[in-house]
Write a protein of this length. Structure first.
Length: 356
């Protein structure tokens, strides 16, 4: 019996020793495999890096975000371009980015043959919510839907014929807003909010083109409507400027959900759609479309852009859904004037800096 016990004990000790040895072997093999994969990954990244434009060395996880956050982004890019040239490579979080900062390089990049490559935009949370899941012309991926929307914008908003026909509108709105600017500047100790003036001018021109309606200045909307639009503009500006970490590091998208950021964006988007529906009178346009385009009974009625858009088969042979159309018009009537305001204001500041 004692012999059997000793044999059993010896077998158990042998089994345990063998198991420990097997675990050690497994750990060693796993470490070797992991080290090999890391070396292969590093060598592959180094090989890929050779074919990329020059740029600053990226940190793990955050990439070159620390460089962009140290000063104003445009000043950081100017400083980097001085060091690395007119074409440079950055990694913003996990997103690769090629920065073009010379006219010659930009001309080469935006050739017609590069359209399919450059027509897509990076996906991010604000665009996902405010483009009805990337269905607007600004954020839709390259494909039939985007080409239809672009064709409509080119023919109905940006064609030479359309722009020429709206020249009187632009001149009228400029005169209207200039009269306001002169009147405000004549007041004692008056401070002119030039950025707000630029936005209102751009917004008036766009809404006159879309629905033949002015919202700011003389003959514009009521004070209540103006305050509602200005409030919406302020909220959108804050949302656009507010950084979202998952836009650069997608693996950290759980942070936005924990903070309720996505829910807040959806709520603000619903509020914006309500304002746009009221601004553009979309319900009236839909009724006109159902009645053949002359819902008001007038034979000399000239359809505006929204009328044409309501009847145009822009969504696979059908008109755009109501939500998508409202967000499309939001882009045209508020977001584009916002972009125009920022560009013109930047140009005026630069002119003041270098000319005075």
């Amino acid at each position: 019996m004692a012999n059997i016990t000793r044999i059993g004990s010896g077998f158990c000790n042998f089994a345990i020793a063998s198991w420990k040895f097997s675990c050690l072997q497994l750990a060693t093999i796993s470490a070797l495999v992991a080290a090999t994969l890391i070396v292969i990954h590093v060598l592959a990244r180094a090989q890929d890096r050779k074919s990329l434009p020059p740029g600053p060395r990226a940190w793990p996880v955050v990439g070159n975000l620390h460089v962009m956050a140290s000063v104003m982004p445009h000043r950081a890019l100017e400083k980097l371009a001085t060091k690395y040239g007119g074409i440079m490579y950055l990694r913003l979080g996990s997103r690769p980015c090629v920065v073009i900062s010379t006219a010659a390089a930009a001309k080469e990049v935006f050739r017609q043959s590069n359209e399919a490559i450059l027509s897509n935009r990076p996906k991010h949370l604000f665009a996902q919510v405010f483009s009805d899941n990337y269905r607007s012309v600004a954020h839709a991926p390259y494909g039939p839907h985007w080409r239809q929307l672009r064709r409509f914008c080119s023919s109905e908003l940006l064609s030479p014929k359309t722009l020429a026909s709206h020249r009187g509108v632009r001149e009228e709105e400029l005169r209207n807003m200039m009269a306001i600017l002169v009147a405000e500047s004549a007041k004692a100790d008056a401070a002119i909010n030039f950025k707000s003036w630029l936005f209102e001018l751009s917004a008036n021109i766009m809404t006159k083109m879309l629905v033949n309606k002015r919202y700011f200045g003389n003959g514009g909307a009521s004070q209540e409507e103006m305050e509602e639009i200005s409030h919406l503009f302020g909220k959108l500006l804050r949302l656009i400027m507010d950084p979202v970490i998952s836009d650069y590091i997608p693996s950290m998208s759980f942070l936005e959900k924990l903070q309720g950021k996505e829910r807040l964006l959806i709520e603000q988007c619903d509020d914006a759609i309500r304002v746009v529906n009221k601004m553009m009178e979309l319900e009236k346009h839909r009724e006109r479309a159902k009645e053949g385009g002359h819902g008001d009974g007038s034979e000399d009625y000239v359809p505006d852009v929204v009328d044409m858009m309501t009847a145009e088969p822009l969504d696979g042979g059908k008109p755009l859904p109501e939500r998508t159309m409202a967000l499309f018009l939001l882009e045209r009537s508020i977001v584009l004037p916002l972009a125009n305001k920022l560009v013109v204001n930047f140009g005026c500041c630069s002119a003041q800096r270098f000319c005075l």
